[in-house]
Design a protein around this ligand. Structure first.
Ligand code: HEM
Length: 367
């Protein structure tokens, strides 16, 4: 491009994937200030192509062919001028359909299969809620931070859904009061959990609307399949018989006890209605679905990691049945001290994450 030529400054509303349209919610992509002087990379490429055509003295039609081929590099949804909010986004249905395959993959992971068949141990379940503690703590902090965001406020139900406190109670139940601080400290964050919480933070930084994908996959999952898992835990891990009075108690299973929700199915329907009412463009909708798929992959990695830790005998020991809940643990030294060992034997989890991350990076590049 010649020195006196500048690329076209991008105006809000231009069909550029990196720039806000007039209708695009504020969360999108780059700030309004930035967008004033921003230059669309595609426009720049087109200017360069135009410049090249003139230098080579080629025909205008050929120039147009090149420009059209550059336009084809734009995501399909961005090729349309204007990014209107969808009047009927049907986000709930799209998310359910979009995550169907990866949901089956989650159900098929070794750990969940063992969970469903009642074969998991108390130590494994303990690690599961310990990992989830870090995930929910981060997710709930971010949802609270963005609670006034137009998309987040549609599905923001902290009173009904928040799980951080319930998970703390469960950690105390399985390990004793004395160990709660140690187990909930950052030094007990495993690699799969670290990737999960980093993804949550990255999503919030890039576009807070993406957080609804994480909220959907966890909370709706807990209110659905999670309730099946809770029954398996009662029977096989806590060894409570269905005829025992204790069957109705939630000691050790507070995580699954949504005591501010009267009817799970009605609440799930409300949540789906709220998802459908979210103000999203087609572009944001596509990103949310991709993020939901990625969220499932992060959960699969978290399961795989517990399986690997268990096989390597690197799980924290839970209290003995007799000690559970009432007696504070005498154990003060962790059976599994966090160290470089964390990184040994995570091939399965790392592989799953690597695949997920490459998909995610491709998506992130569009943001
Ligand atoms: C053993 C593993 C699992 C079982 C048995 C299971 C089972 C189920 C069942 C039966 C439903 C349908 C409930 C309904 O239609 O109302 C459901 C829905 C759901 N599950 Fe799972 N699930 C499992 C794992 C997971 C995992 C790991 C996640 C994600 C973290 C997840 C997320 C969801 C979501 C988001 C829904 C709601 C779908 C919708 O209605 O949009 N599930 N699950």
């Amino acid at each position: 491009m010649s020195a006196n030529q500048t690329s076209t400054p991008v105006k809000k509303g231009d069909a550029c994937p990196f720039i806000l349209s007039d209708n695009e919610p504020k969360e999108t992509l780059i700030s309004e200030n930035d967008s004033k002087n921003a230059t669309c990379p595609f426009d720049k490429a087109k200017e360069d192509a135009k410049d090249m055509m003139h230098q080579n003295g080629e025909l205008k039609t050929e120039y147009e062919v090149k420009i059209n081929s550059l336009n084809r590099l734009l995501p399909e949804t961005q090729q349309k001028k204007g990014q209107e909010f969808l009047s009927d986004p049907q986000l709930a249905f799209a998310m359910k359909e979009g995550t169907k395959v990866v949901h089956t993959a989650a159900e098929d992971s070794i750990f969940t299969k063992r969970f469903l068949s009642g074969a998991i141990t108390k130590d494994e379940y303990g690690r599961y809620i310990n990992s989830l503690y870090f995930v929910y703590k981060t997710m709930e902090r971010l949802l609270a931070q963005y609670k006034d965001h137009p998309t987040i406020q549609m599905v923001y139900f902290p009173y009904e859904l928040n799980r951080e406190k319930a998970l703390l109670k469960d950690i105390e139940y399985y390990y004793g009061k004395d160990r709660v601080a140690e187990l909930t400290s950052d030094s007990n964050i495993t690699p799969a959990v670290q990737s999960y919480i980093k993804t949550l933070q990255d999503a919030a930084d890039k576009n807070p609307s993406l957080l609804i994908a994480h909220s959907y996959s966890r909370y709706l999952g807990d209110l659905s399949g999670g309730q099946i898992l809770a029954k398996r835990l009662k029977k096989y891990v806590l060894k409570i018989d269905v005829t025992d009075a204790a069957w109705d108690s939630y000691h050790g299973l507070e995580f699954y006890n949504f005591d501010h929700i009267a009817n799970n199915n009605e609440f799930k329907n409300l949540y789906r209605q709220r998802l459908d009412g979210a103000r999203v463009t087609q572009y944001t909708k596509d990103l949310i679905i991709a993020e939901a798929i990625y969220s499932f992959e992060l959960n699969i990695a978290l399961f795989d990691e517990i399986q690997v830790l268990s096989e390597a005998k690197k799980l924290h020991a839970t209290l003995n049945d007799n000690d559970t809940y009432t007696v504070a643990s005498e154990r003060s030294v962790s059976k599994y001290a966090p160290s470089a060992d964390w990184f040994v034997g995570f091939a399965t989890g790392a592989l799953t994450l690597a695949v997920g991350l490459s998909v995610y990076n491709r998506i992130s590049e569009r943001l």
